[in-house]
Design a protein. Structure first.
Length: 95
């Protein structure tokens, strides 16, 4: 998937913003979760995501999605990683 296709898909799925982000080579983010759904498109480098005991490495052109609250770790490759990130905050139900 390329950048324009990814951005179009995000908008169609209710993602309101897209951020161009980087992580340094060999950086590790310990287990954590986010308060938003996330979709990423890897532009350069590689990142390994471990969630629910499964490890997967994503390279340029790969996309992945993660639901809010999903515990995971992130490990960058030796060249770091650059990616587009789309967060989508869930609306709280009206009472």
């Amino acid at each position: 998937m390329d950048k324009p296709e990814f951005e179009t898909a995000l908008r169609e799925q209710g993602y309101q913003e897209v951020a161009d982000r980087r992580m340094e080579p060999n950086k590790t983010n310990p287990e954590h979760s986010h308060e938003f759904d996330a979709r990423l498109l890897i532009l350069e480098g590689a990142i390994t995501i471990t969630r629910e005991g499964e490890e997967r490495t994503y390279h340029a052109g790969d996309t992945f999605a993660m639901s809010a609250g999903c515990l995971h770790t992130e490990q960058c490759g030796p060249d770091g990683v650059r990616y587009l990130a789309g967060p989508r905050y869930r609306q709280k139900a009206a009472i």
